[in-house]
Design a protein around this ligand. Structure first.
Ligand SMILES: Nc1ncnc2c1ncn2[C@@H]1O[C@H](COP(=O)(O)OP(=O)(O)OP(=O)(O)O)[C@@H](O)[C@H]1O
Ligand SMILES: [Mg+2]
Length: 411
């Protein structure tokens, strides 16, 4: 829809939204004065460079397990699971259990419904130990259950705006749910391969990947890889091959529903599939929207993050009208919330006013541990389970699971 500069009203039901409704909104906090104030305030964490920190970006596609080879890794979360980066602007979580209580090296098995948590095996690989420690830190009493949904949920994580937290959200929700007894698949549908990197799944050139499923009709089960250390989690990786898919798919029969077909033929038992979309509204994202039943939109709590949201909603409406009548925007997650800025608060209020209860109560703060985790081939859940980034994603996953359980009878 062309933006003619006039104010448009919309609702979550109609799926239309005016950027002015959201951004300018009626929120008293969102005045030009507050925007100026927000800009003048310190924003963001400083660069997360620390000893041993390595950007995955410059690694060759064939790099393997960077964290495990990183000299500075030394299980970074173990020094103090409850600590918080001062750059986060927040006090450490006083309710987080003391490190010694949690990581004595003497683990008790956790029983949370159908939760699959490795028992204390001294020869466990390090990632499995970290997964166990993550559950102990995030859910020390073991009383929190993430019920399996009544039917499998296929969620496209989409927003054509780049860098809003799509991949981070897909990876961390997937790990949190898998650690708590759900069977989860992450499909990396972005040629950047960030979800594959974040889950430490090989995705260098030559690895069978989602491209093969889309273009060459290879079965998803043949390319899916288990995620090391996280029981119940598999990843369908993306390699650089996927970069050509947007063009190659143009001439392919039923080009919009290739992924839907592949998922329909996927016979493994699963509770969640998260499809990590690229930052565009091209054929790959359309494939995700046709395959998904739900859309999860991460929205970064910053002014420009709302630009183009209308376009995304229009695309979702078009897919729903013509290709996938079941599709619904079920979940909005506010990410990279910086509580030092009034703008973040104004954006949150406007998004909540517009989308109502589709917006998860849990809000993910800007947190340096979240951005460090992928360089160790880990989610923040295992990298630093005591950080506010991890606890927020844990809460978001819990909300998602509870909503899923309300879809019908629990399995
Ligand atoms: N809560 C957070 N706190 C701090 N940094 C974050 C947070 N969430 C994401 N990041 C960082 O922001 C950057 C962008 O996040 P991410 O890759 O998840 O976004 P994206 O929407 O998937 O990006 P793209 O559109 O390129 O696929 C990454 O470097 C990530 O580590
Ligand atoms: Mg991404």
């Amino acid at each position: 829809m062309r933006d003619d500069g006039t104010r448009q009203e919309g609702t979550a039901e109609t799926g239309t939204v005016s950027r002015e409704t959201i951004v300018a909104g009626d929120s008293p906090a969102n005045t030009s004065e507050s925007r100026v104030a927000a800009q003048a305030m310190p924003v963001d964490d400083p660069a997360p460079a620390g000893p041993g920190w390595q950007s995955p970006g410059w690694q060759s596609p064939g790099w393997q397990s960077p964290g495990r080879e990183s000299p500075g890794r030394e299980s970074p979360g173990r020094e103090s699971p409850g600590r918080e980066s001062p750059a986060d602007g927040s006090a450490p979580d006083a309710t987080a259990p003391a490190f010694a209580e949690v990581y004595s090296g003497d683990f008790q098995p956790v029983d949370i419904g159908s939760l699959t948590v490795p028992t204390d095996e001294s020869d466990d690989p390090p990632l499995a130990m970290e997964a166990r420690r993550a559950v102990q830190v995030l859910n020390p009493s073991g009383n929190v259950a993430m019920p399996r949904p009544s039917r499998p949920r296929i969620m496209g994580v989409a927003n054509q705006k780049g860098g809003v937290g799509k991949t981070t959200t897909a990876v961390n929700l997937a790990v949190a749910l898998a650690l708590h007894g759900n069977r989860v698949v992450v499909i990396d549908l972005d040629p950047q391969g960030n979800a594959s990197t974040g889950l430490n799944v090989p995705h260098h050139a030559g690895v069978p990947d989602v491209y093969d499923c889309l273009v060459d009709t290879v079965a998803l089960a043949d390319v899916a890889q288990p995620v090391e250390g996280i029981p119940n989690l598999t990843c369908v990786p993306a390699t650089i091959d996927l970069a050509g898919a947007e063009i190659e798919l143009v001439s392919v029969v039923a080009r919009e529903s290739r992924l839907a077909r592949a998922i329909a033929a996927y016979e493994e038992d699963y509770d969640y599939i998260f499809i990590d979309c690229p930052p565009s509204l091209g054929l790959l994202t359309v494939n995700a929207l046709v395959a998904a039943k739900e859309v999860l939109i991460p929205i970064q709590c910053e002014y420009y993050a709302l630009e183009g949201l209308n376009q995304l909603l229009n695309n979702i409406n078009m897919v729903r009208a013509h290709l996938n009548t079941e599709l619904e925007i079920s979940t909005i997650l506010l990410t990279m919330y910086d509580r030092r800025t009034r703008l973040a608060d104004a954006v949150e209020q406007d998004v909540r006013n517009h989308f109502g209860d589709k917006v998860l109560k849990a809000v993910v703060p800007r947190n340096v541990r979240v951005s460090e985790a992928p360089s160790y081939g880990q989610s923040v859940m295992t990298y630093d389970p005591g950080s506010r980034g991890a606890t927020s994603y844990f809460e978001a996953a819990l909300e998602l699971a509870e909503r899923g359980a309300m879809l019908g009878e629990q399995r």
